[in-house]
Design a protein around this ligand. Structure first.
Ligand code: SAH
Ligand code: CA
Length: 249
């Protein structure tokens, strides 16, 4: 029997469920559970865009291990990864969070306030590229410090453009984390196969072309990162694939 399409690389839903039930959900912060519930109430199963809990714990671990203070998030939705970041960084840590969808951000905002971490967040309601360009200009003018940590999870067709800006905005030694770099495991397939795979599983029915465009971009992006001497990389097989890039030049 074919597995249902799952965003996880482990093509066993049971094994993924084991990880979530055994080690992720018991450690998931109460406020993150609440934020997920608020998201589900508003959007139902139609827009399951938040990172899964095991990935949330992984991001939290990275933030703490690197001691990140100045952070950036591109693609917020209702704020699961954002709240994860806000809870993981120190009290004087900061997050610039960019999204074109303010309504979604407002779904999670009451929980973020309740968690007492809203003061760390500056939400920017905009397409990401112009905001990144402004940040690059500001940094050059004021010779600012650069970011310690960036989580990229917005428009997949723009990942290469985001990456160019990251090479200006990150501190040398800073970390940028790209989400969904395995794109429902379709990165290894030919386009026709990927299309059929998604169609037969009744996923992305309304935006199959968008999905396929995202896939092509991610495939190209993975190759680009592999040959970029400015970063050290590690593609991690968690969730839908997460690529860590440490700026070295
Ligand atoms: N990181 C979030 C999920 C983000 S979902 C979490 O794990 O909880 C992707 C988000 O990217 C959506 O909310 C969408 O509005 C946003 N997005 C898509 N294209 C964008 C763009 N060009 N600029 C800024 N945000 C964008
Ligand atoms: Ca994502």
């Amino acid at each position: 029997m074919a597995d249902k399409v799952t965003k996880t690389l482990l093509h066993s839903i049971e094994l993924q469920q084991y990880i979530l039930d055994t080690s992720a959900y018991p450690r998931e912060h109460q406020f993150l559970k609440e934020l997920k519930e608020a998201t589900m109430e508003k959007y139902g199963r139609l827009r399951e865009l938040n990172v899964p809990s095991d990935e949330g714990l992984f991001l939290s671990m990275l933030l703490k291990l690197t001691g990140a203070k100045r952070t950036l998030e591109i693609g917020v939705f209702t704020g699961y990864s954002l709240l994860t970041t806000a809870l993981a960084i120190p009290p004087d840590g900061q997050i610039i969070a960019i999204d074109t969808d303010k309504e979604a951000y407002e779904v999670g905002l009451p929980v973020i306030k309740k968690a007492g971490v809203e003061h760390k967040i500056k939400f920017v309601h905009s397409d990401a590229i112009p905001v990144l360009d402004n940040l690059v200009a500001e940094k050059e003018n004021e010779q600012g410090e650069g970011f310690d940590f960036v989580f990229v999870d917005a428009d997949k067709t723009a990942y290469a453009s985001y990456h160019e800006r990251m090479m200006d905005l990150l501190k040398v030694g800073g970390l940028v984390v790209y989400d969904n770099t395995l794109w429902y495991s379709t990165v290894r397939m030919e386009e026709d196969e990927a299309r059929e795979y998604m169609r037969s599983n009744e996923m992305m029915g309304d935006d199959l072309d968008g999905f396929i465009a995202g896939r092509a971009s991610i495939v190209g992006f993975n190759k680009l990162l592999a040959s970029d001497p400015r970063v050290e990389i590690s593609q991690v097989s968690i969730a839908d694939g997460v690529t860590l890039c440490r700026r070295v030049l």
